[in-house]
Design a protein around this ligand. Structure first.
Ligand SMILES: [Zn+2]
Length: 292
């Protein structure tokens, strides 16, 4: 008998939000250790390693993107990290191919922010747009930050270069917004600054239903839900990121919001519950019949 394949199938999970289909797409993962959480001790990090499925001393953090069919448009929220330095990223294109979505059919790319694991799938090795017919939208503060030469340091030069290449690939089709509210039919921007200057979530609204795709509020969920004071080394403004994290965690818990996140365990759908002095992530159950 032929042995079963041990490989993985492309990571795809669809949910309904009102009349809208939201498709979670697994781009890959990064392995994070306690040293990625400034101020955390190995002890603080232990909840991230307590699962019997954990291998080694790192937490495997998902990198997700979301495809939203809404208002007659095909909207991709973030693009994964194909051109980033991480070899464990870059599955978005093959995942889209597996579900029959032609990259040329994407109308709009919404960026939560321009870090490599979010913008690195927007362009190819030659700097051409992966989504040839799409326009790209982001918060104005994000665009400005990554195009201000005064902000470039030796430490962030590679990150800025990648962000600029992602944006440049879309040339004159890049637009920015600077207020919260509806930016496309059925999609509202929610400014969540701190992780980067223009870091933004997107609220999908359909009928009475809504879903907040919150970008990078947490990177190591088992640690940061319980202890929201801990940020990540990639935060541009750690204090502001913490303030934003606390605000949105409390808002999500108080209103029992439907949440999705780029670094929540794939497919990243769930909600926030209060637990002790902090919170915990409650994964949504698997959605078997998104068309039902
Ligand atoms: Zn990220």
């Amino acid at each position: 008998m032929k042995p079963l394949s041990t490989g993985q199938f492309p990571g795809v999970h669809r949910r309904r939000v009102g009349d809208v289909t939201v498709t979670a797409l697994a781009d890959g993962y990064v392995d994070l250790s306690w040293e990625h959480l400034p101020g955390a001790s190995a002890d603080d990090f232990s909840p991230a390693l307590s699962s019997p499925f954990t291998v080694g001393e790192t937490y495997r953090s998902s990198i997700n993107a979301y495809l939203v069919d809404i208002g007659g448009q095909r909207v991709l929220i973030d693009t994964g990290g194909a051109q980033s330095a991480y070899a464990s990223l870059g599955n978005l294109e093959s995942t889209l191919a597996a579900i029959g979505v032609d990259p040329d059919s994407i109308d709009v790319i919404l960026m939560t922010h321009l870090h490599a694991d979010h913008a690195g799938g927007a362009f190819d090795a030659e700097g051409r747009p992966v989504f040839a017919n799409a326009r790209m939208m982001m918060r104005a503060e994000e665009y400005v930050h990554y195009h201000d030469d005064a902000e470039v340091t030796d430490a962030n030069r590679a990150s800025v270069t990648l962000a600029r290449r992602a944006v440049a690939a879309y040339g004159g089709k890049v637009t920015t917004f600077d207020t919260d509210g509806e930016i496309l039919p059925g999609i509202a921007s929610v400014f969540l600054p701190g992780h980067t200057p223009g870091h933004t979530g997107y609220r999908i609204e359909s009928g009475d239903d809504e879903l907040l795709i919150w970008g990078d509020i947490v990177h190591v969920p088992p640690v940061q839900f319980a202890n929201p004071s801990l940020g990540v080394a990639f935060d541009a403004d750690r204090a502001l990121a913490e303030k934003t994290r606390r605000m949105i965690l409390e808002d999500a818990a108080m209103h029992n919001l439907k949440i999705a996140g780029m670094h929540l365990p794939f497919p990243g759908f769930g909600s926030v519950e209060r637990a002790g002095k902090g919170y915990r992530f409650a994964s949504a159950s698997y959605e078997y019949t998104p068309d039902g």
